[in-house]
Design a protein around this ligand. Sequence first.
Ligand SMILES: [Zn+2]
Length: 310
Amino acid sequence: MNLAYISHRDCQGHRMGMHHPEMPQRLNAIQDRLVASGVEMLVTHYDAPEASIEALTRVHDNGYVHMIFDAAPKVDDVLTWVDGDTAMCKGTLPAALRAAGAAELAVDLVMGDRHHAAFCCVRPPGHHAERKRAMGFCFFNNVAVGAAHAMAVHGIQRIAIVDFDVHHGNGTEDIFQGDERVLFCSSFQHPFYPGTGASSKAPNVVNLPLPRLTGGAEFRKAVEEKWLPLIDAFQPQLIMISAGFDGHAEDDMAHFNLREPDYAWITRALHELAVKHARERIVSCLEGGYSLSALGRCVSTHIDELIGHR
Ligand SMILES: [Zn+2]
């Protein structure tokens, strides 16, 4: 079975200024690489729907959601900054709604057995967005919206969310800490932005702070020891991934030295756990990744492993 690849042209309309690293070209770089690598042949494209207010308010404060709607500029060439490095233009709200809606559709497709795996090729990213706060290029927490949808609509009782972006998934932690239906695993450079996650706040959060210059061998060893046995014991009915590729050696945003084979390795490990426990159901949402070339190569590799080699 091929993979559901969910995106929307509205995701290109979100722009935070000429030199902002979270740029629309990121999605073009991914699409170009999928074509060049032949992985494009293995995916089925879907247009992301807009997330509903109901879906957003499962994980975000009602007042916060309305603040984001109200803050959205109504005219071109205006930026409204909602955080030191996070701005809204006229196209931001439609993009953010599609990004969160993509995660919902992805869950529907894998739970309906239309596909066993789905990748949401969307921006803005989501994992820094807390229940009541936009930050770190994120407005709505896409992976959290998808997970809450899986629990509320599909009756899923155990979801593992694995976040291997180089930054701590503080937003996802904020939303799900203490919720025993979710096992949240986040690896990240520490100390580094956003400064959270040094210790896990709740038993269902497994943070993995790693020092700058962490390479593939150290990363794999930590994941193998700290995460894989816990996820196996948790027996998730669905695995979701916050797939950030800014830990790549070529990415200037941070200081890890991961490479495509490392992202392939962790994706394969998660796919194996999905085969064992979750009827192979796995939903991945794009987070960071700012070196356009490395991002394209990593996503291509990631999708190839999500599909599985059977
Ligand atoms: Zn990141």
